[in-house]
Design a protein around this ligand. Structure first.
Ligand SMILES: C[S@@+](CC[C@H](N)C(=O)[O-])C[C@H]1O[C@@H](n2cnc3c(N)ncnc32)[C@H](O)[C@@H]1O
Length: 207
């Protein structure tokens, strides 16, 4: 069984519930989490983020915490959330002693207090893991977290011509640009080289 097949199989009928089942199966040694890689997401460490100096950061769909720990290491007071209780449990365990606040939350129904509240928001590979029908709501929710003057980093697989097959469902240029919504505006959109798909978007936005 390939790594992708673990995800494909579990994603078939349940667009958000399959994540927790995958983390549970991985914890039991019966599956592999395809994105469980050492180090931060590709393109995050080279994004030129300034020191946090205690400002607030939010990491969307944090999984097992690789990006949250990187952001906290820059000096941000970091909250990281995931819809999967198992991922949150395992992130806490993996990074025992971490200053990151890991919590369970749903991007599609986030806490109201998070609106316009974070100086840095990092979204890597979460929106692309949701079916395109959920994409507009997920994209708008990510943008909503950015505080005035704050920075949003979006990292996602790129595609020129979308296919129906997924997960993931890589983002077209227009879908990457769509994070500029609700008062959030684009700074730069780069296409980074990548082994899969048509490269990888790195978008920087601000409000
Ligand atoms: C492809 S993984 C990427 C994880 C992490 N960002 C990384 O790059 O290592 C997508 C993550 O988003 C989480 N997720 C999916 N839907 C979500 C939602 N509606 N709210 C919060 N997290 C969600 C999944 O549980 C999973 O951990």
């Amino acid at each position: 069984m390939t790594m992708e097949n673990d995800a494909d199989r579990l994603a078939a009928a349940d667009p958000t519930g399959w994540f927790d089942r995958l983390y549970q199966e991985a914890a039991a040694g019966r599956a592999v989490v395809p994105w469980d890689a050492p180090g931060p997401s590709g393109g995050l460490d080279s994004a030129g983020l300034p020191p946090g100096d205690g400002r607030r950061a939010l990491v969307v769909g944090c999984g097992l915490g690789r990006d949250a720990e990187f952001v906290a290491g820059l000096g941000y007071a970091t909250t990281a959330f995931d819809i999967s209780p198992t991922a949150v449990r395992d992130a806490r365990a993996r990074h025992a002693g971490s200053e990151v606040t890991y919590q369970v939350a749903d991007l599609l129904s986030p806490p109201a207090a998070w609106s316009s509240s974070f100086d840095l928001v990092v979204e890597s590979n979460t929106v692309q893991a949701l079916p395109r029908t959920l994409r507009p709501a997920a994209t708008a929710a990510v943008a909503s977290f950015v505080a005035p003057g704050g920075t949003l980093v979006v990292l996602a697989a790129a595609v020129d011509t979308p296919s129906g097959q997924g997960p993931p469902w890589p983002l077209t240029r227009d879908e990457a640009l769509a994070f500029a919504t609700g008062g959030v505006r684009l700074i730069t959109l780069d296409r980074l080289p990548a082994d899969r798909f048509d490269g990888r978007w790195r978008g920087l936005f601000t409000r």
